[in-house]
Ligand binder design. Structure first.
Ligand SMILES: Cc1cc2nc3c(=O)[nH]c(=O)nc-3n(C[C@H](O)[C@H](O)[C@H](O)COP(=O)(O)OP(=O)(O)OC[C@H]3O[C@@H](n4cnc5c(N)ncnc54)[C@H](O)[C@@H]3O)c2cc1C
Length: 171
């Protein structure tokens, strides 16, 4: 390691002023910076230690947002009650995504059943066509539409319940 000057910032304003004045590098955990300095990949003459900056520590929840300070330790985030409590906020986007994924799966599944299989709704469509059984063809297509509609209704209901329980707005 080469010689450099280490500064201990007390606040964000102090750190910003020290960085501006010295042209140095901020030091958080040092996992990357110190290694880079040892290998001479970075050679700052001044290093500003942020570990004493209380403003950069902590985890806060404000509405739908969780703010994690730049100097918060990974272990604190992993065990944080604030983070754990915020996770239900993700439930509504997840059920919304499941609903969309289910719709796409349904659209893809039926045509997939037309290829190299001997049962399923897609197969039933082709089979009815080959047998010139238009009544069966119409009934199968109706069943495909109805099933898709019902599945979407079920997941739409689940999504609405989750949204109302988690206080989420929007789609
Ligand atoms: C063994 C090992 C395994 C790793 N594996 C992974 C991995 O799997 N995935 C992955 O993504 N990363 C990995 N990393 C990289 C690791 O994520 C980084 O080393 C780490 O994020 C750097 O964080 P630090 O707090 O130690 O930053 P430091 O080393 O202190 O700083 C890194 C850089 O950020 C700047 N900086 C620091 N704090 C601030 C701030 N508040 N504002 C502005 N600039 C700032 C510094 O000046 C420096 O340029 C690994 C590192 C090691 C050593």
């Amino acid at each position: 390691m080469y010689a450099f000057e280490l500064h201990h910032a007390k606040s964000v304003a102090d750190a910003a002023a020290l960085l501006a004045k010295t042209g140095g590098k901020a030091l958080a955990g040092g996992q990357s910076l110190v290694a880079a300095m040892k290998l001479r990949l970075a050679q700052p003459g001044h290093v500003v230690d942020l570990s004493g900056v209380a403003e950069l520590k902590g985890i806060r929840r404000e509405g739908d947002h969780v703010t994690i300070g730049a100097m918060t330790r990974h272990a604190e985030v992993a065990s944080s009650d604030v983070v754990k409590g915020a996770i239900p906020a993700l439930a509504a986007p997840i059920t919304g995504a499941v609903r969309v994924a289910l719709g796409i799966s349904w659209v893809v599944l039926v045509p997939a059943e037309m290829l190299g299989v001997t049962n399923g709704l897609g197969y039933a469509v082709l089979n009815a066509r080959d047998n010139v059984d238009y009544a069966a063809l119409a009934a199968t297509m109706l069943a495909i539409g109805l099933l898709g509609f019902l599945l979407d209704r079920i997941f739409r209901g689940i999504h609405r319940i989750v949204r109302s329980r988690t206080g989420k707005q929007g789609a």
